[in-house]
Design a protein around this ligand. Structure first.
Ligand code: NAD
Length: 384
């Protein structure tokens, strides 16, 4: 494996997280060649220059096309607002770069399909930023479900709720515009939950959604004017999976008190599993068996027996954090580039999530179930 050169676009919340991961991955995983932080790009040129120095990049730019055009760069890493993903990803793919892009992959299924297909044709490797599935305890939960530890799966109850827009006085931002954010809570939070649900339980078969905007107007802090919120604050979804079980998903950006409430409970014939991202180093397990009066949930603490944990820490119960999940995500990308193995979540996964998210919106508008089986979505894609 050689040291791949990265061009990172965006210096906000995710740009920072990606930079930390790029700097750490070669130290945490000793079989990974540390990537070179070649160029940091941001529309704010002063910020790009200042942070390039602080984060250890060789150079900076305010022109994102420069990293696509630079023959030295192997991977273009996109951490900009949602509406920029398509143009940036397509330009990077056209230049033959591998592409790492934050979620959601695009604003619509049609855009996501065009990105996925371009990457496939170009033969470049891709990753979408669905970091929560990189948690060692999520790998453990997936393996337990696959091996039948909790038996036949009856149902899934998932939610991803935060409160960053619960206060009506929180000002207007790009996430509230269809042209920049796409959908609302669904695009921002729901895409993580959809990806998590399919990662654990396999493909969804059908969805029925309901969308609500609680605060239809917010003040623009620059102009002082009230502006119309163009997408939903809350999405509620009924879901059926190919494997036969059913479930619900509740997604909200106005859930007062919830900070990173990505939670699920999965109930099976032999037991159940529960997880809450706010307590990301704990997996709760209930197993049938033993005396009735001694049964109950027990808590499994993350530890070196769980995939990838030991690379960070030799001691159980000490815990990983969100930036560690990004380190694992970057490791998956680098390993996928060198081995050719499937990267979960690549752009095909990102595209599938986008298609399901769009189907939930359509279902809410039409008041009916939408078939999201892979066959149904493939034929829809061909008709677009
Ligand atoms: P942000 O607003 O904090 O940062 C966006 C950055 O992009 C800013 O530095 C901005 O200056 C820069 N930018 C905007 N237009 C640009 C252009 N034309 N050229 C170069 N730079 C430009 O946003 P964020 O919260 O970091 O979100 C970025 C992306 O990451 C979004 O798609 C979001 O959905 C995703 N995200 C993912 C997670 C996760 O858990 N995986 C968490 C937060 C955000």
């Amino acid at each position: 494996m050689r040291n791949l050169k990265f061009g990172l676009i965006g210096t906000g919340f995710m740009g920072n997280a990606h930079a930390i991961a790029l700097r750490s991955v070669g130290t945490v995983f000793d079989d990974i060649a540390a990537p070179t932080l070649h160029c940091l790009v941001d529309a704010d040129v002063a910020n790009a220059a200042k942070l390039a120095k602080a984060w250890g990049f060789d150079q900076s730019s305010d022109d994102w096309r420069s990293v696509c055009d630079d023959p030295d760069i192997d991977v273009v890493d996109i951490c900009t607002p949602n509406h920029l993903h398509r143009e940036m990803a397509l330009a990077a793919i056209a230049a033959g770069k591998h592409v790492y892009c934050e979620k959601p992959l695009a604003l619509s299924s049609a855009d996501a399909i065009s990105i996925r297909d371009a990457a496939e044709v170009a033969g470049v490797r891709t990753a979408t930023g669905f970091n929560y599935i990189c948690n060692p305890l999520i790998s453990k939960a997936r393996a337990m479900i696959a091996s039948g530890s909790i038996g036949d799966i009856y149902s899934f109850r998932g939610s991803y709720q935060e409160d960053y827009l619960a206060d009506p006085a929180t000002p207007f931002g790009w996430r509230l515009l269809r042209s920049q954010g796409g959908a609302g809570a669904l695009a921002d939070l729901g895409t993580h939950l959809i990806n998590m649900a399919e990662y654990l339980l396999g493909p969804m078969a059908a969805v029925l959604g309901s969308l609500t905007t609680v605060h239809p107007q917010r003040r623009d802090s620059r102009t002082g004017d009230m502006r119309t919120v163009e997408n939903e604050d809350i999405a509620q979804v009924l879901v059926r999976f190919d494997r036969g079980c059913s479930g619900t998903m509740e997604i909200s950006r106005v859930a007062t008190g919830k900070k990173c409430g990505l939670e699920f409970e999965i109930f099976g014939s032999e037991g159940s599993i529960a997880f809450d991202q706010e307590r990301m180093n704990e997996l709760r397990l209930f197993s049938n068996g033993g005396a009735q009066d001694e049964r109950g949930y027990r808590t499994i603490l993350a530890g070196p027996e769980h995939p990838d944990y030991a690379a960070f820490c030799p001691a159980p119960g000490h815990g990983l954090g969100i930036n560690d999940l990004k380190v694992i995500e970057v490791r998956n990308l680098l390993q996928g580039i060198s081995s050719g193995d499937h990267i979960y979540s690549d752009f095909a996964n990102g595209c599938r999530v986008q298609e399901i998210s769009d189907a939930i919106e359509t279902s809410a508008q039409k008041y009916n179930w939408i078939d999201v089986s892979e066959d149904a979505l493939q034929s829809l894609g061909k008709n677009e």
